[in-house]
Design a protein around this ligand. Structure first.
Ligand code: PEP
Length: 251
């Protein structure tokens, strides 16, 4: 059985007061479940608050970004070692908002993936195509290029301690999710592509789906054989929605 993961990406949302309320509700609502992990990826300034609130709970936490450098004169950046000091288990790399809004190319994403691993963090590597790319029939090429950039640099063994997220850009924050079948096709493609490098690791790696997952569509998405949970944006800010999505991922 592959491990499942449901991770919330809070993006640039939250406040001390709102986070406290959300974290209390998540702690009350999320119980240890066989083969299923939970995580929240909070803005950097709130990681101390999150670590205090969630220590000892079944909910892990992580960052939404990481510097590709370990230390030095990189104003505004945050290193993997710093994230580790605040108990982070995960760091998202290659989110489409970082790729699209902040010009992070495949090389930068690969360097961030490597930095996360050097620090002992589990990278959550996001891949996915834009609507134009899908309409031009380029989904497989785009996803392959994004994966290969990381695996060529890090080596396939890195998959043993990494999580993937297929996030079609056209489904993120749009309310328009991929159908379960559309998600399954790309997840199966990703796994087959990884299997060309390492069959066993490809079978074991967790591939989450992300893009407008809500309580109403989570169960059918997670029922797909290669969909191993979800990376959740908007719905992760609403405790009862995130808890319902996590419940849908239980086997
Ligand atoms: C995301 O930000 O990774 C995401 C999937 O967002 P949403 O669930 O809001 O589409």
């Amino acid at each position: 059985m592959r491990a499942r993961l449901v991770a919330g990406n809070w993006k640039m949302h939250g406040s001390l007061v709102a986070n406290a309320r959300l974290l209390d509700a998540l702690k009350a609502g999320l119980k240890q479940a066989e083969g299923l992990g939970y995580a929240v990826c909070a803005p950097f300034p709130y990681l101390a608050q999150v670590s205090l609130a969630l220590s000892g709970s079944p909910i892990a936490w992580g960052a939404q970004n990481i510097s590709e450098h370990d230390s030095g004169a990189y104003t505004g950046e945050v290193s993997g070692a710093m994230l580790k000091e605040f108990g982070c288990r995960f760091a998202i790399v290659g989110h489409s908002e970082r790729r699209g809004l902040y010009g992070e190319d495949d090389g930068k994403v690969a360097a961030k993936f490597a930095a996360a691993r050097r620090a002992g963090l589990t990278p959550i590597l996001c891949v996915g195509e834009t609507l134009e790319q899908r309409e031009r029939g380029e989904t497989e090429n785009v996803v392959s290029r994004q994966l290969d950039a990381v695996l060529d640099a890090a080596g396939v063994a890195a998959l043993a301690n990494a999580v993937l997220a297929y996030e079609p850009v056209w489904a993120i924050g749009t309310g328009r999710n991929a159908t379960p079948q559309q998600a399954q096709v790309v997840h199966a493609f990703i796994r087959a592509r990884l299997a060309e490098r390492h069959r066993e690791l490809a079978q074991r790696v967790t591939i989450m789906y992300g893009g407008s997952v809500k309580p109403g569509n989570a169960r059918e998405l997670f029922a797909m054989p290669d969909v191993d949970g979800g990376l959740i944006g908007g719905a992760s800010l609403v405790a009862e929605d995130f808890i319902a999505i996590c419940a849908a991922a239980r086997r």
